[in-house]
Design a binder for this molecule. Structure first.
Ligand code: UDP
Length: 320
């Protein structure tokens, strides 16, 4: 696809969505950002509001979506994404993955636009194949606590491919692995923000289980560059976007303590149900078809994220 385009981004006020808005606006695309602000935040897009080529629409895409004028690309990124939030908003998460996906697909069909849906490494569940290539079908508990997110995203992938096969919709599917960086809410509940906030406050770092479970953490700039490269590409079918460098939660805790210089202790807490024991993207496909790979390693990404969170915490303390 050739920029400039007119792009509708759902979840555009969220953590990933707002960074995608930034990248597209910076390269000259026109962006219609749609968000119901259930986990997204207006502050994430405050710097874009009022700029030519950027519009914000407060709307729950699970209820419907109408956009006037031409649209070249619809990017459906809206969803709660941290485990505590999708557990709190289980029905809303299932709705935005199912009804929201169908409503955004309808918009793309009506406009003759390309359709991009953000899926997740959670479709692999607690994986028995390691690292995970896109060809792995996953190991998922369809009625477990995390199923509201996993199955919503699996449905989103399925309905996207059905519209591609049956109606010729031009589709792209990303599978995002754990991503962190500025604009994650300090109270988001995911491990990177929890550890940083705890370290900065001198409180114990809450390690769930024995901390030997692993994740592979991708810095947000790398992630959004990958998402946009996929949206621009010709590749139909899911593509993993993540950083393959894998860490145990104990190693992550040590890195956070080292970068913050905090003397916080570790506090071990129970492992949540169905918490995947290991996760690492196989990014061979992204390297081959997108020429993309991550550039920012964990220590550097933490160094960029920590000052942002410290500032955020200071401003919340001033304006609670
Ligand atoms: N975790 C942890 N302490 C926390 C939050 C999370 O040890 O304060 C663990 C969690 O059990 C999981 C990993 O960190 O094994 C990643 O959790 P997160 O919620 O960030 O994302 P997930 O990959 O589970 O969706």
């Amino acid at each position: 696809m050739m920029s400039p385009m007119r792009v509708v981004i759902t979840g555009g006020a969220g953590f990933l969505g707002s960074h995608v808005c930034d990248l597209l606006v910076a390269r000259g695309d026109e962006v219609v950002c749609v968000d119901n602000l259930c986990t997204g935040r207006q502050e994430n897009i405050a710097h874009l509001t009022g700029r030519p080529g950027f519009t914000f629409v407060a709307q729950d895409v699970s209820r419907g979506l109408e956009v006037a004028g031409p649209v070249d690309l619809v990017m459906h990124l809206a969803s709660p994404a941290s485990p505590p939030e999708y557990l709190r908003l289980a029905i809303e998460t299932l709705e935005v993955g199912s009804l929201g996906t169908m409503n955004t697909i309808r918009l793309a069909l009506e406009k003759g636009a390309r359709y991009f849906v953000a899926s997740t490494s959670e479709v692999y569940g607690d994986p028995l194949v390691h690292p995970q290539p896109e060809t792995y079908w996953g190991h998922v508990n369809s009625t477990g606590l995390r199923s509201c997110y996993d199955e919503a995203k699996r449905f989103a992938e399925a309905v996207t491919m059905a519209y591609h096969r049956q109606r010729g919709l031009d589709v792209r599917i990303s599978r995002t692995f754990n991503t962190y960086g500025p604009r994650m809410r300090p109270d988001d509940g995911r491990v990177v923000t929890n550890f940083i906030v705890q370290a900065l406050a001198g409180r114990p770092l809450t390690v769930y289980g024995d901390g030997t479970q692993t994740r592979s953490f991708c810095y947000v700039d790398d992630q959004v560059r990958g998402l946009v490269a996929l949206a621009d590409s010709d590749y139909v079918g899911p593509v993993n976007i993540g950083n393959p460098n894998e860490f145990t939660m104990l190693e992550l805790a040590q890195q956070v303590l080292a970068v913050t210089g905090s003397a916080s202790e570790l506090r071990f807490e129970p492992l949540p149900a169905d918490d995947p024991t290991q996760r690492q993207p196989d990014i061979t496909l992204a390297r081959d078809v997108l020429g993309w790979e991550p550039r920012v390693e964990l220590a550097e990404g933490l160094e960029r994220t920590i000052p942002w969170l410290a500032k955020e915490l200071a401003s919340t303390a001033r304006h609670p």
